[in-house]
Write a protein that binds this ligand. Structure first.
Ligand code: FES
Ligand SMILES: [Fe+2]
Length: 332
């Protein structure tokens, strides 16, 4: 059987282009986003902007040497300046502003900044956003209850659907992660939103936890693990009732499809202050390392469009039905 590449185009939705603190005022970044070359920049008043990368004048990449001037980005080739909405602001050496430049607009991606990330909206047919990125508790300056935010970033050699499917693939947990396979106790799918709750057994001393963060006095414990997804780009996770005295863990997985073979995941994790010096780092470290177990599988796997499933498998087909809504026709 030849390897089957993933058959769908880039998904529609909000995806993370960078972290807010990684795009400072005046900073310009050259990025790949949903198979497109784009430029992200932050203007002098702080507006985060994502535009298609190529200058309509003679094609220079605005992210490769372009610079911010006030509320515009200046092209590195002939110094034309472009507004955040993609219109031409200024041609420094033209006596007459050409009419064609008035009608030209670089595509600007709808952009929002929330939860510590800059999100851009991708739609294959360039349609407007149909939902908003939700505000997730614990990641918008509400620092009193929560400890330090721990940041992780992963380059993954597969597409977001395959990565997300891992969460419902219950049967891979014992083999790949050495943890028990536990069915969801509750699952809600409502439009672009999906929520699952599972009682999970955690071992703060399993192989995923680095030696320095293990907690030898703490045995296996049970926790309620809630996972909420908004499209394929935004996932919020929460664990409650953590030992020893009711600690909490929260996490955001902000994803970006780079192209049809690569994705970037950016994770922010934090625990409530009451467990920060105890179990907190074992949980964070165990989760951060857990994804490394999946990566060799993703590096090499084929996409099986019509899998043989058995009664111990998770709700793979239900999940695949839900994700269909994020692809524009025609499917390839
Ligand atoms: S290519 Fe951008 S100003 Fe000429
Ligand atoms: Fe996994």
């Amino acid at each position: 059987m030849p390897k089957q590449e993933f058959p769908f185009p880039m998904p529609n939705g909000w995806f993370c282009v960078t972290r807010s603190h990684e795009l400072k005022i005046g900073e310009v970044k050259s990025l790949k986003f949903c198979e497109q070359d784009v430029v992200a920049f932050r203007t002098e008043t702080g507006v985060a902007t994502v535009l298609d990368a190529f200058c309509p004048h003679l094609g220079a990449h605005l992210g490769e040497g372009g610079c911010v001037h006030g509320e515009t980005i200046e092209c590195p080739f002939h110094a034309w300046r472009w507004n955040t909405d993609g219109t031409c602001a200024e041609i420094p050496y033209a006596k007459n502003f050409p009419p064609k430049a008035k009608d030209t607009k670089i595509f600007n991606y709808p952009c929002v900044e929330i939860n510590g990330f800059i999100w851009a909206w991708h739609h294959l047919l360039k349609e407007e956003p149909t939902w908003e990125v939700p505000e997730i508790e614990g990641f918008n300056g509400d620092d009193e209850k929560w400890g330090k935010i721990h940041y992780y970033e992963y380059n993954i050699n597969t597409v977001l659907q395959e990565i997300a499917e891992n969460d419902v693939d219950q049967a891979h947990f014992p083999k790949v992660h050495g943890s028990p396979s536990l069915p969801e106790t509750e699952s809600i799918q409502d439009g672009i939103y999906r929520k699952t709750i599972a009682e999970t057994l955690m071992n703060p001393n399993n192989d995923s936890v680095s030696e320095e963060h293990k907690v030898p006095d703490q045995g296996m414990f049970s926790t309620t693990f809630t996972r909420e997804s908004w499209g394929l780009g935004t996932v919020g996770l929460k664990m409650i009732n953590l030992p020893p005295d009711g600690g909490e863990f929260i996490m955001i997985n902000a994803s970006c499809p780079v192209d049809n073979k690569n994705s970037i995941l950016r994770w922010s994790m934090r625990v409530s202050k009451n467990i920060e010096d105890e179990l907190g780092m074992a949980i964070i470290d165990g989760i951060a390392n857990g994804v490394l177990d999946d990566m060799p599988i993703w590096d090499h796997k084929s996409y099986v469009s019509d899998p043989i499933l058995c009664d111990g498998d998770g709700p793979i087909n239900k999940f695949r039905k839900w994700v269909r809504q994020f692809y524009s026709e025609p499917h390839t």
